[in-house]
Design a protein around this ligand. Structure first.
Ligand code: FCB
Length: 463
């Protein structure tokens, strides 16, 4: 169906809190996700990341799976509270050593380490001091970045500052469905800025201390479709595009927040938390822009009176993540859906990549997450025939091939996820892995999708 060149990077992705477990071992301090998941009612079935996939103890055999899959790269995240408990001051040598051994283990197996500095696990002490709503957290993040980059340096092939700052800001501080669970619109927009600022500060640390490493950030960019071509519906798209996409792309790639974002959100904040020089500082040049994509979004203008659909794709709560989007209605999407209730829309993926190519023609791209949760069934012979996941992956990787054929400079693809894990508010109920984890025994079993992905990664041939 499609051929990918030898240089195309095939990888898989995970995140610290979702797989490591060992929440109270090795000197790790508490993060906002420990607090949140231990608060009754916050996660499905009250699940927590205390044990997760026990990767902290099983990392070596997990690396063997990565090597057997024939992958070129592995994207993992570093838990800030494991390496610098409390989020400031001394580093914890046991925590640093864990990641150092992980990186060396990858290099020994010929796999490129791609390290994310922040995949949502803010040290609880920093949240107690105001979290991402305050500027000081960005400054603390700079120091944390300096410590880990100094320790791991350019053994890390690609340093990724943040994973999906959209989620940290809007789900963490506006809808409250993610840690720290706050529902304060003005704080969410301040968090947007402080996450962007922290990205710029940490990016400059990487440039200085690990000049041979690549620098990236991972964004979950939204493909927003209008219900009609009316001016009002197109304006609804513009608003959501500003909040979801351009609030990050603007400062990071253009060195400025978009004027319409500031105007739309004026009733919520005056953005006085943006200091002179911040925007230029945020725009540190990136070697690759990481793109996470799962599904698309459908909106129309809302008159402020009719009952409004709450299908914003991030459900779970009555509060909306969409700060200052009072004139927009999110519509349910046509199916089919994954087990997350997310619609399956591969053409939107091509559209997204072509948009980025059009707007930022010189910016190389990397797919840092894409994948699907389905209710896997273990057959009597122990095999897991996850045909729907294979179909999802095939069609989305095909969408990447299509974008490449039309000129988009996409350099690689990381499947989410290497193995089943703690899916945030959905706990262990949703399985995204190409490798199954039996949470009673911690036994790993390759699903059919893992065998399929292994063939793709080793041949570059999409069947
Ligand atoms: C993304 C997250 C990742 C995982 C997938 C399903 O938003 O970055 O940790 O939860 O969704």
């Amino acid at each position: 169906m499609s051929e990918f060149p030898e240089s195309f990077v095939w990888g898989s992705a995970t995140a610290a809190y979702q797989i490591e477990g060992a929440a109270n071992e090795g000197g790790r301090g508490p993060s906002i996700w420990d607090t949140f998941s231990h608060t009754p009612g916050r996660t499905l079935n009250g699940d927590t990341g205390d044990v997760a996939a026990d990767h902290y103890h099983r990392w070596e055999s997990d690396l063997s799976h990565i090597a057997s899959l024939g992958l070129d790269a592995y994207r993992f995240s570093i838990a800030w509270p494991r390496v610098q408990p409390g989020g400031s001051g001394a580093f914890n040598p046991v925590g640093v050593d864990f990641y150092s051994r992980l990186v060396d283990g990858l290099l020994a197996r010929g796999v490129r380490p791609v390290a994310t500095m922040y995949h949502w696990d803010l040290p609880q002490e920093l949240e107690d001091a105001g979290g991402w709503a305050v500027r000081d957290t960005a400054l603390r993040f700079r120091d944390y970045a300096a410590g880990i980059v100094e320790a791991l340096g350019d053994r890390v092939h690609t340093w990724t500052t943040f994973n999906e700052p959209w989620c940290s800001a809007y789900l963490g501080y506006a809808s409250g469905v993610h840690a720290p669970g706050r529902t304060e619109p003005a704080a969410a927009l301040a968090a947007v800025h402080h996450l962007n600022l922290a990205h710029g500060l940490a990016g400059r640390v990487v440039r200085e201390l690990a000049p041979a490493s690549q620098l990236s950030v991972t964004l979950n960019l939204h493909v927003i479709r209008p219900a009609s071509s009316s001016a009002a519906d197109l304006d609804a798209v513009r608003r959501i595009d500003a909040l979801a996409n351009r609030a990050f792309l603007g400062p990071m790639l253009d060195g400025a927040y978009p004027a319409d974002l500031l105007a739309d959100t004026a009733p919520v904040t005056d953005w006085s938390f943006v200091h002179d020089g911040d925007e230029k500082l945020i725009a540190v040049p990136l070697d690759v822009l990481g793109v996470n994509y799962y599904s698309s979004t459908l909106v129309r203008a809302w008159d402020g009176v009719s009952p409004r659909s709450s299908a914003d794709g991030h459900g779970q709560s009555s509060a909306s993540p969409w700060v200052a989007a009072d004139t927009v209605e999110f519509l349910p999407q046509p199916g089919p859906y994954t087990a997350m209730g997310w619609n399956i829309d591969p053409p939107a993926f091509t559209e997204l990549l072509l948009r980025l190519h059009r707007e930022y023609p010189n910016q190389p791209l990397m797919i840092t997450e894409n994948g699907a949760a389905f209710d896997d069934v273990v057959g009597p012979d122990g095999t897991i025939a996850d045909d729907r996941r294979i179909d999802y992956l095939r069609r989305h990787i095909g969408a990447v091939a299509e974008a490449r054929a039309q000129g988009a400079d996409v350099r690689g693809y990381f499947v989410w996820s290497l193995m089943d894990n703690f899916e945030w508010g959905y706990g262990y109920d949703r399985r995204f892995g190409i490798i199954r984890v039996d949470y009673d025994t911690q036994v790993r079993t390759w699903k059919q999708s893992a065998h399929w992905y292994q063939r793709l990664a080793t041949t570059g041939h999409l069947e």
